[in-house]
Ligand binder design. Structure first.
Ligand SMILES: [Zn+2]
Length: 486
């Protein structure tokens, strides 16, 4: 016993150091916890309004105390036809019954229980600055009460027919950039960007009984008829509602996949395609990052739209050719890896997730239909862009603000971006290529990643080649189309 005491006495410094390290580790983990956002919302069908009470346990994501807080209130972008995020030429499709305004009316802002001063600014009136009583070092409780008026429109936010989309309906804490400033981006007409800090969401939604709600982390309906959603590590929470949703479920690699569509067959098809895509990408890049995956149809002004744990597919696609539907499901599901798990700046560097999501859709075709499936899609979609002299010399890495229409954006960022990824795959060989992508995914899963993180994952040679493409200096060639020999 005496020997044991003597031994313990001798190692006491070591034990002290180990304990200190453990504690430091604990506090570091504690400091990195995401914000917690609790939302209570009720939908008034007659007025097309959403009444919201939102509590944000705001955790300073940076190292320096914050003098004020910034939130995006995207619904305000829909106040006028001039500021609404609608592409030129798509006005009629977005607003079939003519322009209809939306917006957010703020009733109260509390900081740690006390009424706080605030201002609303930005070109679209979509930025909310909240003043603090003292600089925020660690955390504060922010409580917002507001009403969202939905426009009668297709797209991210609005009501149309029997359906409602609530993309950007809730206030999201603006991302704190590396230089210590908040991201003040508005909602662009082209693209579908992430603007929020990573947070854990809990939503309780009260709806008229005629509605079914769809969205990520949907739980079993509560006894009181309300709908509950729980979503972790996400830059936003996107919900849709419909009076015509049928539900189908499937499973893929331990992930529950649920689909919501106007017909039983449509929901079953969507669930099966979503599950297949989850299987393919889990195999290629690493396991799907969440417990469940939801797909739903909605009235969109584009083919599809991604959100964390959730893909929206334009309702018209279910009535059309199923090959296009499968391609769109493959593209949107790939975003669950690129953009929604590895979270990237879709406003300034749209190529980082879009080109990779599009190339992943080609990989899905290869995995499910063989090399022919890949080559057919490459020849139909990518080759025309790679041979388009109008795109020669144009950088793929452009901010969304450079694009007036989806047409050039899609040819340059998606299609020529796909040619870039294929060129990199041929250059790096299959083993190196997939090792790089799965490494990038593993390292940055459920965190923000910069373009340099993706380039870094490609190794020095791959990164040099990618930079040539991104700056417009690479010359597309199809001389070695097939990487399959590697
Ligand atoms: Zn996309």
């Amino acid at each position: 016993m005496a020997k044991l005491w003597a031994f313990l006495w001798r190692i006491k410094t070591l034990v002290g150091v180990a304990l200190a390290l453990l504690l430091a580790g604990f506090f570091l983990t504690f400091a990195k916890r995401p914000m917690e956002i609790g939302i209570d919302a009720a939908y008034d069908e007659g007025g097309h309004r959403l009444a919201v009470t939102q509590t944000v346990l705001y955790r300073n994501p940076g190292q320096k105390p914050l003098g004020f807080l910034l939130f995006h209130i995207q619904a305000n972008a829909y106040q006028s036809a001039k500021t609404a995020p609608v592409q030129k030429g798509k006005e009629k499709m977005s607003y079939p019954s003519g322009f209809s305004p939306g917006g957010l009316t703020l009733d109260q802002v509390l900081v740690n229980g006390e009424e706080a001063a605030y201002s609303i600014f930005g070109e679209q009136g979509s930025l909310l600055q909240i003043e603090l009583f003292e600089p925020l070092k660690e955390e504060a409780e922010i409580r917002l009460s507001y009403t969202v008026q939905l426009p009668n429109a297709r797209g991210r936010l609005g009501w149309f027919g029997d359906g409602v989309r609530l993309g950007g309906a809730f206030a999201v804490p603006a991302r704190l950039m590396e230089d210590g400033s908040f991201d003040q981006s508005g909602l662009p007409a082209v693209g579908d960007p992430n603007l929020g800090e990573i947070a854990d969401y809990e939503l309780t939604l009260r709806l008229p009984t005629s509605f079914v709600a769809a969205g990520p982390g949907l739980e079993e309906p509560a006894d009181d008829g309300s709908w509950r959603f729980r979503l972790r590590d996400a830059p936003e929470l996107f919900i849709t509602l419909s009076k015509n949703y049928c539900v189908a479920a499937s499973r893929a690699n331990g992930v529950r996949v649920r689909a919501f569509a106007p017909t039983e067959e449509g929901a079953a098809l969507l669930a099966a395609q979503g599950a297949r895509a989850v299987e393919v990408y889990s195999e290629l890049f690493g396991p799907y990052p969440r417990e469940d995956y939801i797909l739903a149809t909605g009235d969109l002004s584009s083919l599809g739209m991604e959100a964390p744990g959730f893909s929206l597919i334009d309702a018209r696609l279910l009535r059309g050719q199923s090959a296009l539907l499968e391609y769109v499901v493959a593209h949107e599901t790939a975003h669950q890896w690129w953009g929604m798990a590895v979270i990237s700046d879709q406003v300034r560097h749209a190529w980082q997730d879009e080109a990779l999501a599009e190339y992943s859709a080609l990989l899905y075709m290869e995995a499910t239909k063989g090399e022919g499936g890949f080559v057919n899609h490459y020849n139909a979609l990518v080759r025309p862009a790679a041979e388009d002299s109008a795109l020669k010399g144009l950088p793929i890495d452009l901010p969304l603000s450079s694009f007036e229409s989806e047409e050039l954006y899609s040819r340059l960022v998606y299609r020529l971006g796909c040619a870039m990824w294929h060129d990199l795959r041929v250059e790096m060989g299959n083993a190196g290529f997939f090792r790089a992508l799965s490494g990038y995914y593993r390292q940055h899963k459920l965190q923000w990643a910069e373009p340099i993180d993706l380039l870094g994952a490609l190794g020095p040679r791959g990164a040099r080649r990618a930079k040539d493409w991104l700056s417009g200096e690479a010359q597309p060639s199809h001389s070695s189309m097939a990487p399959w020999g590697n």
